[in-house]
Design a protein around this ligand. Structure first.
Ligand SMILES: [Zn+2]
Length: 103
C-alpha cells in the first residue's frame, strides 16, 4: 500500500516512537479461501448432456417461474448453461416444468 499523507506536516517525523498503528495479529488474511468462484457442477461431474427429464436437477436452476438462474450465480459455465437452457425449454414443452406466464 502506498501511503500518502499530505496533511500531517506538523507531526511529520517528530515522534519516531508513535508510528503508524499497526496492531499485529494479521486481521484479514489475504489468502482466505475465496468462496466466490464456483465451479460448474456439470463440469465437475463431467456431464456432457443435460437430460430434460431430470427435472429435479433443472429445478435447481429455476429460482422463479419461467426464469433460468444466470450462469454467474449458478456458477455454470457457458457451454453448460446453454445445454441447461435448452433442457429446461424442452422440459417445459412437455410440461414437466411450469411455463412462464408471459411467454
Ligand atoms: Zn460446465
Amino acid at each position: 500500500m502506498v501511503e500518502r499523507q499530505e496533511r500531517s506536516h506538523t507531526e511529520h517525523k517528530s515522534r519516531p516512537g508513535t508510528g503508524p498503528r499497526r496492531e499485529g495479529g494479521g486481521g484479514g488474511g489475504p489468502r482466505r479461501q475465496a468462496r466466490r468462484r464456483k465451479v460448474c457442477k456439470f463440469c465437475v461431474e463431467r456431464i456432457d448432456y443435460i437430460d430434460y427429464k431430470e427435472y429435479r436437477l433443472l429445478f435447481q436452476f429455476i429460482p422463479d417461474r419461467g426464469k433460468i438462474l444466470p450462469a454467474r450465480i449458478s456458477g455454470v459455465c457457458y457451454p453448460h448453461q446453454r445445454l441447461l437452457k435448452s433442457a429446461i425449454q424442452r422440459a417445459r414443452n412437455i410440461a414437466l416444468l411450469p411455463f412462464s406466464a408471459d411467454m
